[in-house]
Ligand binder design. Sequence first.
Ligand code: MSP
Length: 479
Amino acid sequence: MNSANKPNTFYVTTSIPYVNSTPHLGHAMEFVQADVLARWRRACGDDTFFLTGTDEHGQKNWQTAEKNGMEVAEFTARNTESFRTLTQLLHISNNYFVRTTDDRHKAAAQKIWNECSHDIYKDTYSGSYCVGCERFYPEKEIVDGKCPIHETELEYSEMESYFFRLSKYTDQIRSLIADDKLRVLPAKRKNEMLAFVDGGLEDVSISRPKSQLPWGVEVPSDSSHVMYVWFDALTNYISAIGYEDNSEQFAQWWPAQVHVVGKDIARFHCLLWPAMLLSAGLDTPRSVYVHGFINAVGGTKMSKSLGNVVDPDEIIATYGVDALRYYLLRAIPSDNDGEFGLERLGLVYNADLANGLGNLVQRVASMTVKYCDGAFAVAQAEKIDISKQLNDCRFDRALEQIFTHITIQNQRIEENKPWELAKNDSAAVAELLASLIAHIKTIGEALTPFLPETAEKIDAIFKDGKVDTSVGMLFPRID
Ligand code: MSP
């Protein structure tokens, strides 16, 4: 990451999910990816701030609350808790949880609106809106009258609206992205964003009359309008760090080093958000990392109606939190879409975690107990450097690199046969086990941002020259 502007400071965010339904694996993956970056930079000694939260305004939340016969504020407050709970179950190390219904957030959204007011004008809008995406679709992107992402009918509406002069920022945004001042990762997403900018940026409607949607942040100086949900939601990245109420804190953290977002919302983060910031005279984020989508096995979309949605809580209950973290980080390509299925999770779990890492730790610990009374000389092994991979947000490759070391150590056991050595050369077996333990400890250290609970256990098993057998197995086989 480019931290040239503020060395040793790292601010990372996830997008903030809508709370119209319960969290799914896509949300879990994004939380975990950002968590890896935060834990990694903290371990490198950076002052780190990690933000997540919930997006509670907009038509989607409003309509779902109505369908459920609930008062909307009560509905979003209730559902927010299921996202907060998931962050806890996943061992997410966020420093703050922002809600767009927080008063300080609303005040910040109004402040940035005021700062952008020289680029805001009133006009009439007519067009087709997708409630699922919370956005208008231009004719050229509509497929058979439907939203290209949700494949649902669009709602046509005509209304008076405030507009933001996004078009004015076309050239500036193009240069920011092209020159990597706003680094968009992976490269293919950067190219997509540039191609989109080349097609020309159009001004965007950024308010709704309250008569159509009464739920949102009020437009300053016009109480008959609420802000468009995206104008409001994007502001979370600065409202949470004191844009409106704590200038010292704001100066400490802004600009963000990385926004972690999905491919469907890359444009909002790479185009609209930087333009809002430029308009308000603020720095733009250093990078946006764009992940793909998790689909069901076979590439079909996961959806409640297809009955193939898997609840992250259930996976954690069966396989443990680090198994889910591992799957999301390793088995889903960091630069593309990936697939999730329970059978596949079981295979990955048994092959990599039970037979690979778990078995290595288990064998070495029990042989040390058997042949050396549990004692070992503390040795050093070369550290595993995954900084290049994590700089590029290649979580999958970083884990691949670490797991190569696991395979190598398991092979060393097979080749050197400590059980043979133990028969007549106790010094050699002690030396071999001490070296294996040193390598396991560097593996544990490298795994810390990815599998924090497992890394802690590894550390506890091989602490201070004595094997602790009370920690138990890392990953028992599940058949
Ligand atoms: N509320 C907006 C984000 C506002 S950020 C200022 C939103 N919410 S969302 O709940 O629809 O999506 C939240 C994140 O989950 C997005 O990054 C989105 O790409 C991601 N995912 C939603 N479905 C997904 C999958 N099936 N797979 C992986 N991630 C996906 O957009």
